[in-house]
Structures are given as C-alpha cells and as structure tokens.
Design a protein around this ligand. Structure first.
Ligand code: URA
Ligand code: SF4
Length: 197
C-alpha cells in the first residue's frame, strides 16, 4: 500500500471526528490496489466489516465478489472504500453530518489513487458524491464532473432482496471494465450526464 494511503488508514483507525466512533468496534479504511484504475465506493461498514475492519467482507461483499468474478475481475486488482468508515448503529443510513465529517478521507483516497473512474455503489454514495438520487433509474450511466468520470450502479446488498439486480450488477460491471479499457486506450468517452461547465 502506498505510504500516503497507509497514513490515512492509521488516521481512520483512531478517528473520533463523529459520533460513529463511539459505537464502532473497528473503523474500516479503504482497501485494495492503490494503482487501481477504479475505486468502488459503498455506503458504510456493516456488522461483519465492523468486526473485521475491512470493507465488503459480509454478504454484500460476497455479492460484489460474485459480480466481479463473473465479469472476470479479481477483487485484489481494485480498490474498495465507503462514504463513511465506521458502522452506523443497526446499519442505518449515515447522517449528513457523519458523511461530512468523513468526507476528507474519501477525497484523499481519490486524489492519491487518481482512478480513471469511480464506481458508485447505490444511493448513499450517489447522493453523497454527486447529489443524486434514484440509482435504479440512473444505473449503468456514465457521469462526468470536474474532469472525473463516475459510473453508477446498484448497491450489491440490493441484489439480496431483488434477485433481478444480480444480472444487472454483473452487466454494469462488465460495462464498467469495457469502459476502463477504452479510457486506457485514450479513447474519448461521452458521459451520459455531464456536470462539467
Ligand atoms: N455495505 C457497504 O456499503 N459497505 C461495506 O463495506 C459493506 C456493506
Ligand atoms: Fe471518523 Fe469517519 Fe469514523 Fe466518523 S465515520 S469517526 S469521521 S472515520
């Protein structure tokens, strides 16, 4: 891991910037390949993540792993993180002030890794990072904002309750990695939604 990411990890581990520090077992810093072309961003750690201190290691993580595997992508090749790094009690959605308190960690992860694209997993990340809502309506779309590309897809946990989303998540991940190939070739990509001025 890059030494800069290692520093963030250590800060996150000890962080007490918001109330979630009082109820967590472990903080959950981002994890993965710091040279990845893509950062996946989820919502917040759940029970298993809180126990282990690692992102996406519970049921949602298994769903994500399956979709990646089906698309021929190894989990080790990518970087995964969350909007907030500590588990909200009973897995409630993190509040705006918790997201704000944790915001700089995500921003720093993004600037250190400098990914070609950021993959937004579900509504909380969509809302926190791009101000969006209704991910099921916008999933599969490419967004450009301030020279950064984003790709929108459903949260892997949503595939547990809605079986139709299993195929959709897989299809989106295949599209995402096709897109990354084009970006690496230097091909011009047209965003479906462009916030750039
Ligand atoms: N759900 C998330 O959004 N993130 C995790 O790390 C695990 C479950
Ligand atoms: Fe710090 Fe983020 Fe955890 Fe809040 S959620 S205590 S800001 S690391």
């Amino acid at each position: 891991m890059s030494s800069e990411l290692e520093k963030i990890k250590q800060t996150v581990t000890k962080c007490t910037k918001c109330e979630l520090s009082k109820t967590r077992t472990n903080s959950v810093p981002g994890k993965g390949n710091f040279q990845s072309d893509v950062i996946f961003v989820g919502e917040a750690p759940g029970r298993n993540e809180d126990k282990n201190g690692e992102p996406f290691v519970g049921i949602a993580g298994q769903r994500l792993n399956r979709a990646l595997e089906d698309a021929g992508i190894s989990r080790e090749s990518i970087y995964i993180t969350n909007v907030v790094k500590c588990r909200p009690p009973n897995n409630r959605v993190p509040t705006i002030s918790e997201r704000d308190a944790c915001h700089d960690y995500l921003q720093n992860e993004i600037s250190i890794i400098n990914p070609k694209i950021i993959c937004i997993l579900g509504n909380t990340a969509f809302n926190s990072i791009l101000g969006g809502s209704e991910i099921t309506k916008y999933r599969g779309k490419i967004v450009k904002k301030d020279k950064q590309f984003y790709f929108l897809t459903v949260h892997p946990a949503a595939t547990i309750y809605n079986q139709e989303l299993i195929a959709i998540l897989k299809q989106d991940i295949i599209k995402l990695f096709d897109l990354i190939k084009e970006l690496k070739k230097g091909k011009e990509i047209l965003a479906d939604i462009d916030y750039s001025s």
